[in-house]
Write a protein of this length. Sequence first.
Length: 415
Amino acid sequence: MTLPAVALAEPADRVGRGWTTALSLANGAIWVGWYGPLQILLARQAEQFAPASGMPKESLLAWVTGVGAVVSLVANPLFGALSDRTVSRHGRRTPWIVAGTVGGALSLLLLAGADGVGALFLGWGLVQLTLNAAFAAVTAAVPDRVPRLQRGVVGGWLGAAQLLGVVVGTGLATTVGGVGGGYAACAVFTLVGVAPYVLRYPDLRLAPADRPAWAWRPFLAGFWISPGRHPDFGWAWLTRFLINLGNSLVLLYLFYYLRDGLHYDDPGFGVLILTAVNGATLLATVVVGGIWSDRIGRRKPFVLWSGALMALATGLLAVWQTWTGAVVAAAVLGIGFGVFTSVDFALMTDVLPEAIDRGKDLGVINIANSLPQVAAPALAAPLVNHVGGYPALFLTAAGVGLAGAVLVRQIQGVA
């Protein structure tokens, strides 16, 4: 597995538990760096800085997360493409994992000391830039190293780690020393969590002869993947985008929904409880769904029905606006999202066009994760403030997610 040519070969050897565990821990650690701020810390800072900005806290938070998501839109495919072309004795992916993680930790510390709106925008933009460099490289390691019929289970473990990263990030942000302490704790956890993979598992190397010739015009043109030439890739991307948009509409204002809609006494702690409930049910299905999908060799039915279940859970929030309703919805959403997380990831790796562009193509797919963070604020703020409040927000989210689930049936090259 250390020969340069293996970097572009379709993997055949199954990866071991140690490699999967280390990669999953690295993935989860990156999500700690993202979701401690997204779930709690940015909302608290937006509330603190809103009076000076002249904007409602909801609008300020929407602008900050939206600008960060725009950075993510560019950073993920860009760093994925750069890692595809990296010729280094440390491999293609490892240099970017290290640089992105260290940069992300420093950016989180910058946010910890933010004293105004400008620092808030700058800090979150840098967090998105740097952690997306690491995430693009971590994600690309899967099609580099994992055979197709093992990708469901590996995707399941990555999804479990992602969820644990959200829970841990939310817990650190809620319980450790206020806003500054929460950022510092997330930064340290991110560094420590990535270290075992980087230190223990050598990366595959790209032979200089296999590196594509560098020119700006074809490099930039490569980010457009024609849906006409690669229709399965296009439908898979649209499915992921719509389902993630539905989830983003729910998560963006969860803190404010608990406080202003349900009048929950401690909305930060309430977010932590709902995240834990969601995490428990997600963990119950994420690995099992991936294993089941690998064994029967099918992906689309799992994506379809898990997306429909998530839409049902989101619809519950619109019609059952109580704390009990929120807990039930979080549990059902976790069941659906667990299956979706593992199986949809495997489906995405099955529709990648070229081996040499795995990092870039997965980065384009990951736009379907970050673009909803741009679109969600633009949709959510008017829905909550001017249309129908939180019921309108949740019904819209359910309809969008259901549309994404149904469209997976358009993919022809994957069962």
